[in-house]
Design a binder for this molecule. Structure first.
Ligand SMILES: [Zn+2]
Length: 323
């Protein structure tokens, strides 16, 4: 049986996200004294944070956030809330909820503008779908994007391809997606689309169809600059992307990992979003082993914004070390 088990979870998340309204990165709760003191006016934190990848410029674009209760329906399926809470509290996090951000990655090369995933669009309520606003903040025009790389066709990754009217947002971009995931997306029905958080699936499929360049696993997509990296288990064609400029590189890991503590420190725990959980768990451990050993720089789309860092292997297991 390969039935997705995420149907309830995505619906729950979409509903909860309405209330979450988190365009701020996840942060530990402020000390009480700090909460009681009126804070001085701060310049608003950027939602389009730039960094370098060799000669390229990366921009982390905040789309929004997701929040769901610690009830074992999404993270730590098969464990108890107490077991999950123990891992969260050991890392200074609230134990009653799980928070994720969504932040697609934009990369400017010498002659192209690349976008890795597109955020949630209108699929997850007002707490997500802020990609265009963040792009505007970063001075990036949607028409300048030449290539879009889709890690997998869940709502929080392809939803932002279309606007509220269902029209394609990036008129000049080729859309790269793994063949198996393109077939999966085209085969969605109203019921299965809800299970992957993509109510607007018909608009997305119609808008992207003329622009799709479907690829085989591990394809060299932009030779020397972008290579697909198959990371199996999450969806039929789930793919990461290795972005390279000279000796520098960045691995975009898609949804091979969701939470910067639970997914990294307990990679063998089941998350409801994985279509083939045992395979996803094996892939996650392999990715952690390999990346920690090589010191690979990572971009994690759901870790605390901007999601840049490395994995380290310590005596007690793997940890995420943010930049
Ligand atoms: Zn996701």
């Amino acid at each position: 049986m390969n039935k997705p088990i995420a149907s309830i979870s995505f619906a729950v998340i979409a509903a909860l996200s309405l209330a979450a309204c988190s365009r701020e990165p996840a942060a530990p709760a402020a000390p009480k004294a700090e909460q009681e003191t009126p804070a001085p006016v701060q310049p608003s934190q950027t939602n389009a944070q730039s960094f370098s990848i060799g000669q390229f410029t990366g921009v982390a674009l905040l789309d929004g956030g997701l929040e769901f209760p610690n009830d074992n329906k999404t993270v730590g399926v098969g464990k108890t809330p107490e077991e999950v809470a123990q891992v969260l509290s050991a890392n200074g996090l609230p134990t009653d909820k799980i928070s994720l951000t969504i932040h697609p990655l934009l990369v400017k090369t010498t002659d192209r503008v690349l976008l890795f995933d597109t955020g949630a669009g209108a699929n997850f309520g007002p707490s997500a779908g802020g990609l265009m606003k963040s792009m505007a903040e970063g001075g990036i025009d949607a028409g300048s994007v030449t290539d879009i790389f889709i890690s997998h066709p869940h709502g929080d990754h392809v939803g932002g391809l279309v606007n509220a009217e269902g029209a394609l947002v990036f008129p000049n971009a080729t859309i790269h997606i793994a063949k198996a995931d393109w077939a999966f997306l085209q085969g969605l029905t109203a019921e299965t689309a809800a299970s992957v958080g993509l109510d607007k699936y018909e608009a997305v499929v119609a808008a992207m169809s003329p622009k799709v360049a479907a690829f085989e696993p591990n394809a060299d997509l932009l030779p020397g600059a972008v290579k697909a990296v198959e990371i199996r288990g999450h969806t039929p064609g789930h793919s990461g992307f290795l972005i390279s400029s000279g000796d520098s590189s960045l691995l975009y890991i898609g949804d091979s990992m969701h939470h910067f503590v639970v997914s990294v420190q307990k990679p063998d725990w089941t998350i409801a979003f994985d279509r083939d959980a045992p395979t996803a768990e094996k892939s996650r451990i392999e990715l952690l082993e390999k990346s920690a050993a090589s010191g690979q720089r990572i971009y994690a789309v759901h870790f605390p914004y901007p999601g840049l860092g490395k994995f380290e292997k310590r005596a007690e297991g793997f940890v995420w070390v943010a930049e």
